[in-house]
Design a protein around this ligand. Structure first.
Ligand code: ADP
Length: 294
């Protein structure tokens, strides 16, 4: 912890807050960053740290949290500040005691997420690029969702996979799928919604009062079905959540098929981040999607 003293002094200067007699403790559970709790009189902060070269990642995370806060549909931690100090990039957020999303808060969360998704946005993409895990996520503006998903999402992950040495069937079948993405949208025209973008069970919780909280977003404007799809990928969301979402903002019947198209992005990302353990899953998702089209 002594190594963090320069950061504590830096934060005092940045925020104008006194951090006398502060306490620092380590927080576990993150995938990408190291995390700490900093407490002092009237101060309770959650600090994420990484290498200074990754400062842009925290700029984008802070922008996402602020945009989610502006809409106000779901609670997010307040951004205190972010920047670089010596060899570190940092992001300081309000610290929130987190607990599991039990039945009532899960149902509230379903309704609140639907309210977030119901707010229309102007285009597909976002004003800056960000990251999904530690992989770059490109958010160039598109007026057409199919071209966005082809070029900025699946196409990019397939390119990363090729650069990581995953060639052969993944690329040939993946290429066929890319050409036919439009076929999944013959009777469905999504509007752009602000998305959390990385909505697995580890990035949603409840505060002490039972208010849902989302954090660690990878925001952009896109089809709301992508957020829903990801909640189903690694579990963690209860039936109450889906029932409340559906009651507030019913899903199109074609969601069941597009869910695989959307989760393929995250499985390809896992292949690129964590290795070949995800190759079979990626190949079988592509095969399933191509079979739907025949
Ligand atoms: P990473 O980007 O490294 O995955 P997260 O943002 O997911 O890190 O945070 C790691 C863990 O810290 C989370 O799983 C959560 O339990 C906890 N956490 C995240 N944000 C806060 C916060 N504002 N206050 C308290 N705990 C938090």
């Amino acid at each position: 912890m002594a190594a963090l003293q320069p950061l504590v002094s830096h934060l005092e200067t940045q925020t104008g807050q006194s951090l006398n007699n502060h306490r620092l403790s380590t927080i576990g559970g993150g995938d990408i960053n190291s995390a700490y709790r900093l407490q002092a009189a009237n101060i309770d902060w959650f600090i994420k740290l990484n290498r200074a070269s990754l400062a842009e990642m925290f700029v984008a995370e802070a922008a996402g949290l602020r945009e989610l806060a502006d809409i106000g549909a779901v609670r997010v931690p307040k951004v205190i500040c972010f920047g670089e100090c010596q060899q570190h990039a940092y992001l300081v957020l309000e610290f929130i005691e987190l607990g599991a999303l039990h039945s009532r808060s899960a149902s509230l969360f379903g309704e609140q997420l639907a309210l977030l998704h119901q707010r229309p946005q102007a285009y597909f993409g976002w004003h800056i690029d960000n990251t999904i895990g530690s992989t770059p996520q490109y958010n160039a503006r598109h007026d057409d969702w199919v071209s966005f998903w082809q070029q900025q999402r699946l196409g990019k992950q397939l390119q990363f996979a090729a650069a990581n040495g995953y060639r052969g069937a993944l690329q040939s079948q993946g290429g066929k799928l890319l050409e036919r993405i439009g076929d999944f949208f013959s009777a469905y025209r999504p509007h752009p919604s602000l998305l959390h973008g990385d909505l697995w069970g580890g990035n949603a919780a409840s505060d002490k009062q039972g208010q849902p909280i989302i954090f660690d977003p990878a925001c952009y404007y896109g089809d709301r079905e992508t957020d829903l799809a990801m909640t189903e990928l690694f579990g963690g969301f209860s039936r109450d959540f889906y029932a409340a979402y559906q009651a507030q903002y019913p899903l199109d019947p074609g969601y069941k098929t597009r869910k695989t198209l959307y989760n393929l992005y995250h499985i390809l990302n896992h292949l690129n981040l964590f290795g070949s353990g995800y190759l079979n899953q990626a190949n079988s998702m592509i095969a399933q999607l191509l079979a739907e089209l025949n």
